[in-house]
Design a protein around this ligand. Structure first.
Ligand SMILES: C[S@@+](CC[C@H](N)C(=O)[O-])C[C@H]1O[C@@H](n2cnc3c(N)ncnc32)[C@H](O)[C@@H]1O
Length: 296
């Protein structure tokens, strides 16, 4: 396929700006991410035991005085600190039982710079007070918990070398660093026939372009994290995936197709009067399990 020689301005903007504009809806309002993330919370609850056990395994092999945790793609709302709290409680309890005390925890909250970090920081004093009161009510002595915001893309280095004990990332890593290249033909028209994501009408070049971007991003992610984690450290990744290798698997494309149709209707209503042209491409990849085995 020949490449687009003079990319449409909007594609240039999209490919360059994704990391500086992508963010979930801020605040605590009705349409905010904080009020609309119960699906993500359910997956976290389902994976909680596994995540806690992985963090406990790090504690068992290392017993650091200060345990450092990072949540990558934390967004805003209660999901992020929910998992951090569960991990800290489990390690604290284990450390009291074994008399090898880990009494300080440092939690790094990472997301892109436009994330609503303020909401996270504002919620922290109340979170910390309740967390401490919960432990002290049961006669225990609560550990100190510190948080810090780390703005930046996880597709690159975020922390100094060997500085983290445990990393988790939930529902974030399927977002690619950019709209894949190669989705335009030599006339700079979308080869994806007006679709915003891979669909059953997409030519194979579309899913190949998404896969190439995923490979590049995922390798960069893993290389960065391997430099940042201590030797005994661990990472747990919870992200969208699909069981089949069929790139247009309905379970992963149905929502985008509905959105496609809704947007097409909205655009057709305004374009008749304003001559408005619209093109939107999603920078997200739901990879099949075989694609992941490549990295294991
Ligand atoms: C659906 S939210 C998940 C939030 C939270 N982890 C949860 O499970 O509720 C995905 C988050 O990933 C963040 N994200 C996407 N790409 C990112 C990147 N390259 N670096 C850091 N964060 C990113 C988004 O800004 C967004 O806040």
């Amino acid at each position: 396929m020949s490449s687009c020689k003079t990319p449409h301005t909007t594609e240039l903007v999209k490919t360059m700006d994704v990391e500086s504009i992508l963010h979930m809806k801020e605040g605590l309002g009705e349409t905010s991410y904080a009020q609309n993330s119960s699906l993500q919370k359910k997956s976290m609850e389902a994976m909680k035991r596994f995540i806690i056990d992985s963090a406990l395994a790090v504690y068992a092999s290392k017993t650091p005085e200060i345990f450092t945790i990072a949540d990558l793609g934390c967004s805003s709302g209660t999901n992020s600190l929910y998992l951090a709290e569960e991990i800290i409680k489990a390690i604290h309890e284990r450390s009291w039982q074994s008399a090898r005390l880990t009494s300080e925890f440092l939690v790094f909250l990472n997301d892109l710079p436009t994330n609503d970090f303020n909401a996270m920081f504002l919620s922290f004093p109340e979170f910390n007070m309740k967390f401490k009161a919960g432990i002290e009510l049961q006669g225990g002595s609560a550990p100190s918990v510190y948080i810090a915001g780390i703005p930046g893309s996880f597709y690159g280095r975020l922390f100094p070398g060997n500085s983290l004990d445990f990393i988790y990332t939930c529902y974030s890593l399927h977002w690619l660093s950019q709209v894949p290249l190669g989705l335009l033909d030599s006339d700079c028209k979308s080869i994806n026939k007006g679709k915003m994501y891979i669909s059953n009408t997409s030519p194979p070049a579309v899913s190949l372009a998404y896969f190439k971007q995923f490979q590049k991003d995922f390798s960069l992610f893993l290389n960065s994290r391997s430099a940042e984690l201590h030797l005994e450290g661990r990472i747990v990744i919870l992200m969208l995936g699909r069981r089949t290798e069929d790139h247009s698997d309905k379970s992963t494309t149905v929502l985008w197709e509905l959105l496609d149709r809704s947007l097409a209707i909205m655009v057709s209503q305004v374009s008749a009067t304003l001559g408005f042209l619209f093109h939107f491409t999603v920078h997200l990849q739901v990879a099949g399990t075989k694609k992941f085995s490549f990295y294991l």
